[in-house]
Design a protein around this ligand. Structure first.
Ligand code: HEM
Length: 384
């Protein structure tokens, strides 16, 4: 008994935290619509990032970042290291799912207009997270040092070199010289295991702090068709008249603001946390099944002297790759940069569109067209 209380005392002395404050912070009310998985899908890439970090650290114990040994070391992980094939396969599948769920999360934010004031900055942070995640995919793929992944790195760095004004400097910084060489692998390795994880963690902290400061956008669903109440689309989705403007009266229901807020939300702890744990367990199951049925395999080792007939990047670059093939290289690169700029500044562009065309659904339709162009280009590239 004495022991317990002294241990408790030691804990309280070491961590002088007011448990009531902790309880208040963790019981943030979550709007009811986040009970629908589609709306809370932002938690999924977060979980997958943790899986990436854990499996990535294990792989780094065995991987050798030198062109003469990189391919062999991956082959050793796949065939000799105990459970190496499994860890590598989970790392690979988790990367694919992370990009996929990130795209879904971005679409949910876009089509519900949740990037609008005051959340413009968080959208920009989100675009940074997307770019960094794609950077993970690009550098990670090249680390295997297979023929296809080596040549994907050559094409990728040539694309960077075609950037107006800064292209050559940028490409030679990424490659560690004028061409893809031994230095390139070292740089990709440092980017993959050091720079990008740091950037993602910092951006994630900013993202979560912003979510915590603003709360998640509130939406109300009509009882009849379970569609969110909408502003820029009457059919599928979109914003999102805040349920209660600050200071507004609670209307004809006769409820107090506090009662109404309670009815429209549920506590983070334990309800939402349990849901997230269930999502995590389901994802772990899916990753295990994928790793067992479709384990990561080895291709041909890289040969810098022989250009392969078909160069394939990862699927999430298919659309860009198709676009580059359809246009001249410079137009393709400038087009891609313009697209990235539009994505980054979208909340402000949307604001201008809303002012110019009030009541129209321009932003919604731009999103629909953008999504289908991405889908068609991706499938097109996959099929050739
Ligand atoms: C690793 C990457 C990311 C993680 C882990 C993440 C995580 C989250 C989480 C947990 C939420 C709370 C609501 C929800 O689950 O949907 C959220 C909201 C949000 N995210 Fe992300 N996110 C990521 C990337 C992005 C990207 C790429 C964008 C957009 C370009 C974005 C923009 C936003 C915005 C604007 C909100 C607020 C939505 C609202 O108020 O309803 N996020 N994010």
């Amino acid at each position: 008994m004495q022991k317990t209380s002294s241990a408790k005392q030691w804990f309280e002395d070491s961590f002088p935290i007011d448990l009531n404050v902790l309880k208040e912070i963790s019981s943030e009310p979550i709007p009811n619509h986040l009970k629908r998985w589609w709306f809370a899908i932002g938690g999924t890439p977060l979980y997958l990032f943790v899986i990436q970090a854990i499996t990535g650290i294990i792989l780094t114990f065995y991987y050798v970042p030198h062109p003469a040994e990189a391919f062999e070391s991956v082959a050793r992980i796949t065939t000799e290291v105990r459970f190496g094939w499994f860890i590598r396969s989970v790392h690979k599948w988790s990367a694919h799912l992370m990009v996929l769920t990130l795209i879904l999360h971005m679409m949910r934010v876009f089509f519900t207009g949740s990037y609008r004031r005051p959340r413009e900055f968080n959208w920009i942070v989100g675009v940074g997270l997307l770019m960094a995640t794609l950077g993970f995919g690009f550098t990670g793929y090249s680390l295997i040092y297979e023929q296809v992944s080596y040549w994907a790195a050559v094409v990728g760095t040539n694309v960077a070199a075609a950037t107006p004004f800064i292209g050559e400097t940028l490409a030679s910084f990424i490659r560690g010289g004028p061409e893809v060489s031994d230095n390139t692998l070292t740089r990709f390795f440092v980017l993959h295991i050091g720079v990008l994880p740091t950037v993602v963690v910092l951006l994630l902290v900013m993202h979560v702090v912003q979510i915590r400061l603003h709360g998640v956008t509130k939406m109300r669903f009509s009882e009849k068709d379970h569609q969110p109440e909408v502003e820029f689309s009457v059919r599928v989705s979109a914003p999102v008249t805040p349920i209660r403007e600050p200071g507004a009266s609670s209307g004809s229901t006769g409820q107090s603001e506090e009662e109404q807020a309670k009815e429209e939300s549920f506590p983070f702890y334990p309800d939402h946390l349990y849901t997230e744990i269930m999502v995590g367990l389901t994802l772990t199951f899916i990753l295990t099944i994928l790793a067992l049925i479709f384990p990561a395999v080895m291709g041909e080792p890289a040969n810098p002297l022989v250009t392969p007939e078909h160069i394939k990047p990862e699927w999430f670059f298919f659309a860009t790759f198709r676009w580059l093939k359809l246009t001249s290289f410079t137009v393709g690169v400038v087009g891609t940069l313009v697209f990235m700029g539009i994505l980054l500044l979208w909340p402000f562009i949307d604001r201008v569109l809303l002012k110019k065309f009030p009541g129209k659904e321009i932003s919604f339709w731009i999103g629909v067209v953008g999504f289908f162009v991405f889908l068609i280009f991706t499938v097109w590239e996959a099929l050739v």
